[in-house]
Design a protein around this ligand. Structure first.
Ligand code: PEP
Length: 257
């Protein structure tokens, strides 16, 4: 039985493939998920490049013991249809079976200049079609060394204010820990996750449901320690999600957390 525990109480483990994957490799990987043991305490998702979302969504339908959610890595700031060459709207993502959409990953702001205003439009587009936005926030090394991490995260979280939803999902990903092998310490994670919870409650009201995921070099061998930190509701996993063995080890750490 899927989702015996509501998704806002499960640990979320979402793989972010970034710009990786090919039809044949994806199929081989998805085939292995068919027999993944039931992890009813975990919401599992995979964020593939847009061009592979439909393939992923179709492959998920034959997974036996778990429901694996289809996640998109980005969405257009423009809604619906229009003369926006190269863009993919939230409506299109919904049409092809997407459940969750990453918004504002630090690589989007680093390479494509995305800031709060664009992220806000994307959040609204995603909510308007009934999908779940997962807002990514995180400070740079410079900002942390200058002692500005709380100020920076508070500013990034301000896009949540006044959104028409009572379900808020955020991934805290210190930029200096993404793809670098450097993991934030348990103390740094605990401090920031508690701060993010507090900010969300004050921005969105005390009746919101919240998931705050940690992201940044989460691997099979550090996942259990990270999941044990208070206010850590899961992980956004980059590199380690490309390997079935390491990704499923992280899922099982979440299941046993
Ligand atoms: C990410 O891309 O969101 C991420 C956390 O990457 P990695 O796990 O590779 O650091």
């Amino acid at each position: 039985m899927y989702h015996q525990i509501g998704m806002w109480d499960q640990k979320w483990v979402i793989g972010n493939w970034k710009m990786n994957g090919r039809l044949q490799n994806n199929n081989a990987l998805m085939h292995r998920f068919r027999i993944l043991p039931t992890a009813e305490r975990v919401l599992i998702g995979l964020a593939a490049p847009t061009v592979y979302l439909l393939q992923l969504h179709n492959a998920m339908q034959i997974v036996l013991n778990n429901r694996i959610l289809t996640c998109a890595q980005d969405v257009s700031r423009f809604p619906n249809n229009g003369a926006y060459t190269g863009e993919v709207s939230a409506e299109m993502l919904a049409d092809t079976g997407t459940d969750i959409v990453l918004i504002g990953h630090s690589e989007r702001s680093l390479y494509f200049g995305e800031k709060n205003e664009i992220q806000r439009r994307k959040m609204e587009n995603v909510l308007n079609v009934g999908l779940i936005p997962l807002l990514c926030v995180g400070e740079s090394l410079e900002e942390r060394e200058a002692g500005k991490e709380h100020e920076v995260i508070a500013h990034q979280l301000s896009v949540l204010q006044g959104l028409d939803t009572k379900n808020i999902a955020v991934a805290y990903e210190p930029v200096w820990a993404i793809g670098t092998g450097k993991v934030a310490t348990v103390e740094q994670i605990a401090d920031m996750h508690a701060f993010i919870y507090k900010e969300i409650l004050s921005l969105c009201g005390s009746d919101v449901k919240i998931r705050v995921l940690y992201g940044g070099s989460v691997k099979a061998d550090n996942a259990a320690d990270i999941f044990a930190v208070p206010y850590v509701d899961g992980a956004l996993v980059g590199g380690a999600s490309l390997s079935y063995d390491s990704f499923t080890a992280i899922i099982s750490a979440a299941q046993n957390a």
